[in-house]
Design a protein around this ligand. Structure first.
Ligand code: GLU
Length: 427
């Protein structure tokens, strides 16, 4: 049966709802998104032809504040994936305690095959189709897979044209100088390493003596690698998707991977050139090889469903920590095995919350119309991430539960209280 991320999100929720003893009304409110939009986006292509794309926005819950979450460009995007991602955004904003709810958007398209002008038309069409359902006080989009600051700026421009005014708080992840925050691009990857560093300190492991293998070479993976290497860690293996043969490949170098060098031979989607990598002394392996490496740390930073019942047994006995940079990389089936093996997991919606935390800082700066220095942004980011991590650890210890369950318990409890307070459910 095909993997369904939304069923996985619900399964995770149901387990924790039981542990927390949530009432029926809270469960039925939080198990499903509050609002879902599916729209057709007719686009004039550069060659004059017309194509119709499917666009999505799902608003899972806004009890704690306006919905917040990225918009992805993804071939074969499904409403269930967007539902799952929107749900995880609610828990993500809650676990780091920022006053925002959860939403997510997507367009079923393959940006590898679209020119920048076609992508601009898609961004504008998505905003036109949803312009009354999103907005600074309703639902605030941001970059996600295969979208970046340029896409956000086109969306902002369309929104501001339609609403006749300047609304910098409509969207985050904007380019610096156009309402963006310094540090936003790096924030998700840096946040991953902040929580990893905290975890290693707690486990009594010196980060400078560790090795890691990472899946993905997009924005999150790149900045995670940069930060981890700066702290003295050694990355042995990086794997990424290659659109030319529609497969992923792993790039391994036992003496350590040089990410700047790899970036120099990768395209704008983070696909590394295999021939050039071989010339630089990398072994090019099958994409799945990232998970089998004898390293201390695994960082899945690509997609959902990457550590599952089929491959969890391939994780080496060396691995001590899994830091989930991606959303939903580990399935509940794999979780059972990971728990048995006592591998320490930093769950996705805590581990990768740095991006949305910095998006929140971007909103704050836009509202004040006063922009902070990069150091100030990164310092605040570190504080927020480290404090959320410690709270989840305390909960895991106090209740004797798995880290993922502890993060869920904190996040769900806060959202449930907000909803009960508003009169949307009873305890
Ligand atoms: N797309 C990112 C995520 O999944 C960031 C969301 C945001 O900044 O709103 O967390």
């Amino acid at each position: 049966m095909a993997f369904n991320p939304f069923e996985m999100a619900q399964q995770q929720f149901d387990g924790v709802a039981e542990k927390l003893g949530l009432s029926e009304s809270i469960r039925s409110l939080l198990r499903v998104p509050m609002r879902e939009y599916v729209v057709s986006l007719p686009i004039r292509m550069d060659d004059g032809s017309m194509r119709v794309f499917r666009g999505y926005r799902v608003q899972h819950n806004d009890g704690r504040g306006p919905c917040k979450g990225g918009i992805r460009f993804f071939p074969g995007e499904t409403v269930d994936t967007v539902r799952a991602l929107a749900t995880w955004m609610t828990w993500k904003c809650s676990v780091v305690d920022i006053p925002l709810g959860g939403g997510k958007g997507g367009i079923d398209c393959d940006p590898h095959e679209l020119s920048m002008t076609e992508q601009e038309r898609l961004c504008r069409a998505w905003v036109r189709a949803l312009s009354t359902e999103v907005g600074p006080f309703l639902d605030v989009p941001a970059p996600d897979m295969m979208t970046n600051g340029q896409h956000m700026l086109w969306m902002l421009d369309e929104y501001e044209t339609l609403h006749h005014g300047r609304y910098p708080g409509f969207i985050t992840g904007k380019p610096v100088g156009s309402g963006g925050s310094l540090g936003r691009t790096e924030a998700t990857g840096y946040g991953v390493i902040c929580t990893l560093h905290e975890a290693l300190k707690m486990l009594g492991i010196d980060i400078a003596k560790t090795t890691a293998s990472i899946q993905g070479f997009g924005n999150v993976a790149y900045y995670a690698c940069e930060r981890y290497t700066k702290l003295g860690g050694k990355i042995i293996c990086v794997s990424c998707w290659d659109n030319t043969d529609k497969q992923s490949h792993a790039f391994k170098r036992a003496s350590g991977v040089d990410i700047v060098e790899l970036k120099g031979i990768s395209d704008r989607f983070g696909s590394i050139d295999r021939e050039k990598a071989r010339e630089l002394g990398y072994e090019v392996l099958d994409g799945d090889a990232w998970i089998e490496q004898d390293v201390d740390i695994l960082i899945p930073a690509a997609l959902e469903n990457q550590i599952n019942g089929d491959n969890v047994s391939k994780i080496s006995s060396h691995v001590k920590v899994i830091a989930e940079g991606a959303n939903g990389p580990t399935t509940p089936e794999a979780d059972v095995e990971i728990q048995k093996r006592d591998i320490f997991v930093i769950p996705d919606f805590l581990c990768n919350a740095g991006g949305v935390t910095c998006s929140y800082f971007e909103q704050v700066q836009c509202n004040m119309n006063y922009f902070w220095e990069k150091e100030e942004v990164l310092e605040k980011l570190d504080m927020k991430m480290a404090s959320a991590f410690r709270k989840v650890c305390e909960m895991a210890k106090d209740k004797g539960v798995y880290m993922r369950d502890a993060a869920y318990m904190i996040a769900i409890d806060r959202v449930a209280n907000a909803c009960v307070g508003r009169g949307w459910a009873v305890k």
